[in-house]
Write a protein that binds this ligand. Structure first.
Ligand SMILES: Nc1ncnc2c1ncn2[C@@H]1O[C@H](COP(=O)(O)OP(=O)(O)OP(=O)(O)O)[C@@H](O)[C@H]1O
Length: 306
């Protein structure tokens, strides 16, 4: 029963466990055999503990299983804790357990994450991302490629990578973009190489996309990335922000607000929803940071391959 459940959980997920390599059906049996012997030694029988023992302490399990009963050292008396010094106790404990204590980290480094931040126009995606950039190291904010002409004040490689339409289409042809779209007559796309390069250096990746882009990315990346839906606390607040920003014409405002009414229905396809309430930008950023922290502490980690 337990084995069947275990197999199901492996095959039904693309999540990755940083502690252990994937277990094939072939070595599944030996994993359980070893865990049983370990448990016999420890004198425990709980099936959940059995799973955790072999998984969480492979080094300990291995030393017992490799040594076999005949080669295991005779138990050394452990001195009373109030009489012996620490090194004496350590030696006695190691001798009794049959292997030296290791100072290697018990928990391997978590896998780099891909974070997709999305939401309707005016909810504060740029504002949250700007603060997140200031608040946290180790994140790479992907610079998208666009065929749009550079506006005054924009910097190539910082705001966007500006390329010609021909260059953009050549990137599409060569499958160099993770996702791309034609937005109001201009192409915008996410370069794969940039993500690979920064993930290779251990950075977590942040992508800022509209709802349509997030839906496309969900199809491409599935559960391997984290999808965050950013919202204002109310429709009224979102509209007020758009009006106050003074960047949109009346027609553009109408389109954005009507689109937002439709887009909110897609929240169910996201992993998290974060409210960016009026005057509480820092709170929203903290929630995003908590999401990153929680994801990094997961036993079964998402592993994005781009
Ligand atoms: N928590 C907040 N409280 C008050 N104002 C905010 C808050 N967050 C963002 N704003 C303001 O709301 C406006 C819209 O924010 P922003 O430009 O970041 O939205 P956006 O989601 O990136 O929009 P778009 O998709 O149209 O680019 C900006 O003027 C921003 O300063």
């Amino acid at each position: 029963m337990f084995r069947r459940l275990f197999c199901t959980s492996i095959s039904h997920t693309n999540l990755h466990h940083p502690y252990f390599p994937p277990i094939s059906n072939r070595n599944l049996h030996s994993a359980f055999t070893v865990s049983s012997s370990t448990l016999n030694l420890l004198g425990k029988t709980c099936p959940i503990a059995r799973f955790r023992t072999i998984k969480a302490f492979p080094r300990l399990s291995c030393s017992y299983s490799q040594m076999g009963d005949s080669r295991r050292p005779l138990s050394v008396p452990i001195p009373a804790v109030d009489k012996a010094d620490r090194s004496e106790l350590l030696r006695a404990l190691e001798s009794s357990l049959g292997s030296a204590f290791s100072s290697e980290p018990l928990c391997p480094n978590p896998s780099p994450l891909i974070l997709v931040i999305s939401g309707s126009s005016g909810v504060g995606k740029d504002a949250v991302i700007k603060k997140l950039r200031e608040a946290r190291e180790g994140l790479h904010f992907v610079v998208t490629v666009t065929s749009r002409a550079k506006r005054p004040g924009e910097v190539d490689g910082k705001d966007y990578y500006f390329v010609s339409k021909e260059e953009f289409l050549s990137m599409v042809e060569k499958d160099e973009l993770l996702e791309y779209a034609l937005v109001y007559g201009d192409y915008k796309g996410i370069p794969k190489q940039q993500i690979r390069e920064y993930m290779g250096k251990g950075y977590d990746i942040v992508l800022r996309v509209d709802i349509q882009g997030a839906q496309t990315l969900r199809k491409i990346l599935g559960q391997s990335a984290i999808f965050i839906f950013l919202v204002a606390e109310s429709e009224m607040e979102m509209v007020e922000r758009l009006i106050d920003r003074k960047t949109e014409s009346a027609e553009s405002l109408l389109v954005r607000i009507a689109t937002a009414r439709e887009e909110v229905k897609h929240v169910k396809n996201f992993d998290y929803v974060v409210v960016n309430a009026k005057g509480k930008l820092e709170n929203a950023v903290k929630v995003v940071e908590s999401i990153i922290d929680a994801e990094k502490a997961k036993v079964w980690q998402r592993r994005a391959v781009v």
